[in-house]
Design a protein around this ligand. Structure first.
Ligand SMILES: [Zn+2]
Ligand SMILES: [Zn+2]
Length: 330
């Protein structure tokens, strides 16, 4: 009887197709979420463009879901009908592998990912495993906090991985960087933003969101960086960032996919510089960030698109036409 609408990836490389489906009934441990807003993340782009190899096709992308609990499956505790919740990228873990048992569930051997191995939020409704959902309270607009669910959470994990950097470089100033720059400013750190060379509007955007300096990705910052986080999916930024960090500094790769890293002289890595990657998130990362973001006064710059215009949102992200975060509104 009841139906839902979704934008569905049926074949990588093809546009998402608008589909009507029967409204699903939550199984044991699941909740049905009526989606109010769903952010568009670069990972969605990688899924749609076929750069990640295991989507459960057909799949509904979208893993920055803000919505309200519409139905509870058997055995769900801790959520009530109508409550506002967030659904992130980490949609489930096995609970028994060595990573799950050691507090590294982000590296689980048998994970589920929202909008990739299970249907996500480019839809009017989504099912989610309640254990991986978060209460969001009533502060803040749905669309403005949707980007917190991935750009914020995985950005936060990357930020923590960067350590206590007083001088922090952010390469690629999109959704994640504009959130973290606000957190960093709140914490009294100095953020240096690196964008495509000559992209003065992105550089203005960065300075307006907490960066003390903004320049091109080949530019040297006015002081050596303690750490850098790379959000742009561009492998050539790894040697560029290594060049900009001080001895003992760290370069964190925050994305799920990146073009190949060109070879570079060992001298760039020498003197205990480090290159690390960040994968996914733990629920602990989410709890930390969701508690901190309101205190830090994080305000997302969002561009709203009706759900049916998901393909336009993806194109704008792919072509670098966005400032801040795209958010779909069903
Ligand atoms: Zn596991
Ligand atoms: Zn994401």
């Amino acid at each position: 009887m009841s139906t839902m609408r979704a934008m569905v990836l049926e074949r990588p490389g093809a546009p998402l197709a608008p589909r009507e489906r029967p409204l699903p009934v939550p199984g044991a441990g699941e909740i049905l979420v009526k989606v109010s807003a769903c952010g568009v993340c670069r990972t969605d782009l990688h899924v749609v463009d076929g750069e990640l190899d295991k989507p459960a096709l057909p799949v509904v992308p979208g893993h920055e879901i803000v919505g309200r609990v519409a139905a509870l499956g058997p055995g769900v505790a801790g959520f009530t009908i109508g409550e506002r919740v967030g659904v992130p990228w980490l949609g489930g873990t096995c609970g028994v592998c060595r990573y799950c048992r050691s507090g590294a569930e982000n590296l689980c051997d048998a994970p589920a990912f929202t909008g990739y191995t299970r249907d996500g939020g480019f839809a009017t409704h989504a099912l989610a495993d309640a254990r991986y959902c978060f209460p969001l309270g009533e502060e803040g607009e749905d669309a403005a906090i949707a980007p917190w669910l991935c750009a914020g959470l995985i950005g936060w994990r990357s930020y923590r991985m960067a350590g206590e950097a007083a001088a922090l470089g952010l390469y690629g100033f999109g959704a994640a960087a504009h959130i973290l720059a606000q957190v960093a400013r709140w914490q009294g750190r100095r953020v240096y933003a690196f964008t495509r060379r000559g992209d003065t509007s992105a550089q203005d955007f960065a300075r307006a969101h907490g960066a003390v300096w903004a320049g091109g990705s080949d530019d040297m910052p006015p002081e050596p960086l303690d750490a850098a986080i790379i959000f742009a999916p561009v492998g050539a930024l790894v040697p560029a960032a290594l060049r900009a960090v001080r001895k003992g500094g760290r370069v964190v790769c925050g994305g799920i996919h990146m073009s190949d890293i060109p070879s570079f002289p060992y001298a760039l890595l020498w003197q205990e510089r480090q290159v690390v990657s960040v994968a996914n998130l733990t629920r602990e990362d989410a709890r930390e960030f969701l508690a901190l973001a309101p205190h830090a006064g994080v305000r997302c710059a969002v561009v709203r698109y009706p759900l049916e215009r998901a393909n336009a949102a993806l194109s704008d992200l792919r072509d670098g036409r966005l400032q801040g975060a795209a958010v779909l509104i069903p």
